[in-house]
Design a protein around this ligand. Structure first.
Ligand code: FAD
Length: 377
């Protein structure tokens, strides 16, 4: 029996889910096959991702581990310093048996697309989806170009503010609801001091703000993220917050093109599935980026679904994934939110945070991250 599955959203989650389903059309013991419709424009991706052991293990389960390692830069440690005076606060080393990488989003996307292009049961439709309704035992999907599609299942990989999230749980988020923002850019390494090309994550903790950087693309490009409140990110934010710092002034001097991204704090909807529409990736879990887990957790969703497909037909496997992953993710989402709150401390609480990290930061953080990085699928 062939089931038609529409995946809405061609971001990293959408195309990875599409590849997994296309490759595993004979996976279920009843011989169910899947025809995949990937709906939406291809994204223009900038910047990078850090992938921790759990995300990489999920990619291994999906068959993308080698491709990720080939395109990524293996990172040796996370080095945490204070923005106020540059002093070292803590270091989290990644031992030989714990692989942690920095990877360009577009590099990973291309590696997945190369495999997707070899699948015959995938059709890519660039037009965005406009509406979803139930039509007897099918789901009716109307696209912006006027097409109407009738499909057995819809997988909503259309991000935090997509159509599927509002269909499943009525949620609508707006940039106004975001009190904090991430400024992201991607700079050529040769425009910066060599410090930025080191195979490490630099985390610089400031007063109500923080900065993260790591190399990607064979250390030729550097991903940078600066997180701060909307008040701090006024028109002169680079001159005020980066230029006084002995290292970050080089970033301001390079005049990068920053993209401003709202950071939402409300994470998990109560349900990930309604009728035959199932959320996955950011559409299901808005993960504050402070533990670098969002995309990694999307890959865990997909690996979990793949494992379920060995036991169950697609509808049941999607239902199981929605229930189990929503429950598994509660603790990681709370930890990511709490980490963000600690990173945003300012004044005396910020100084206390830095002192505590200086005293036992490595031990504290290793414990904090141990279960997050542990592969659970
Ligand atoms: C500052 C920052 C740093 C981060 N760092 C990390 C990190 O280091 N490691 C990590 O693992 N994660 C990180 N993340 C999280 C990661 O970026 C996301 O989890 C990941 O990109 C989610 O991918 P997605 O495909 O689920 O959603 P998206 O990337 O949002 O893709 C959704 C896609 O759906 C499309 N779409 C929307 N509506 C429709 C429609 N109606 N029809 C068709 N298509 C539609 C959109 O155009 C888009 O292409 C970070 C996030 C931020 C903000």
């Amino acid at each position: 029996m062939t089931k038609t599955v529409a995946i809405i959203g061609q971001g990293l989650t959408g195309i990875t889910a599409g590849l997994m389903l296309a490759q595993h059309r004979y996976g279920h013991k009843n011989g169910e096959r899947h025809d995949i419709l990937l709906i939406g424009a291809k994204p223009r991706l900038i910047g990078g991702l850090q992938l921790a052991p759990n995300g990489l293990e999920a990619l291994r389960a999906i068959g993308l581990y080698d491709a990720a390692l080939d395109s990524g830069v293996r990172l040796d440690n996370i080095v945490i310093t204070a923005m106020s005076d540059g002093r070292a606060l803590a270091e989290i080393p990644h031992p030989q048996n714990r692989i942690y990488i920095g990877i360009g989003r577009s590099d990973l996307y291309q590696a997945i697309e190369a495999k997707l292009g070899r699948q015959k049961n995938v059709e890519r439709i660039e037009s965005p989806a406009l509406s979803i309704t139930r039509a007897n035992d099918k789901m009716e999907l109307v696209l912006e170009d006027g097409q109407t599609l009738y499909v057995d299942e819809i997988i909503g990989a259309d991000g935090v503010n997509g159509l599927c999230r509002s269909f499943v749980c009525g949620a609508q988020l707006t940039a106004k609801a975001a009190p904090y923002y991430a400024m992201r850019c991607d700079i050529e390494a040769n425009a910066l001091p060599r410090l930025f090309s080191r195979t490490q994550t630099q985390l610089i903790l400031g007063d109500g703000c923080h900065f993260v950087s790591y190399p990607m693309a064979g250390q030729r490009r550097i991903n940078m993220v600066f997180c701060a409140s909307s008040e701090q990110l006024g028109p002169e934010w680079q001159a005020q917050l980066l230029a006084p710092h002995p290292i970050l002034k080089y970033v301001a001097d390079a005049s990068p093109h920053w993209v401003k991204l709202p950071l939402f704090s409300n994470g998990l909807p109560a349900s990930w599935r309604r009728m035959h529409v199932t959320l996955i990736g950011d559409a299901a879990h808005i993960m504050p980026p402070h533990l670098a887990q969002g995309a990694g957790q999307s890959f865990v969703d997909i690996a979990y679904l793949k494992a379920q497909l060995q036991e169950e037909a697609l509808s049941d496997a999607l239902r199981s994934m929605a229930i189990m992953r929503a429950s598994q993710l509660k603790s990681t989402t709370s930890k990511a939110s709490l980490t963000g709150q600690v990173m945003r401390l300012s004044g005396l609480p910020g100084q206390l945070r830095d002192s505590l990290l200086g005293l036992s930061g490595t031990h504290l953080l290793e414990n904090w991250l141990a279960d997050v990085w542990h592969a659970k699928h």
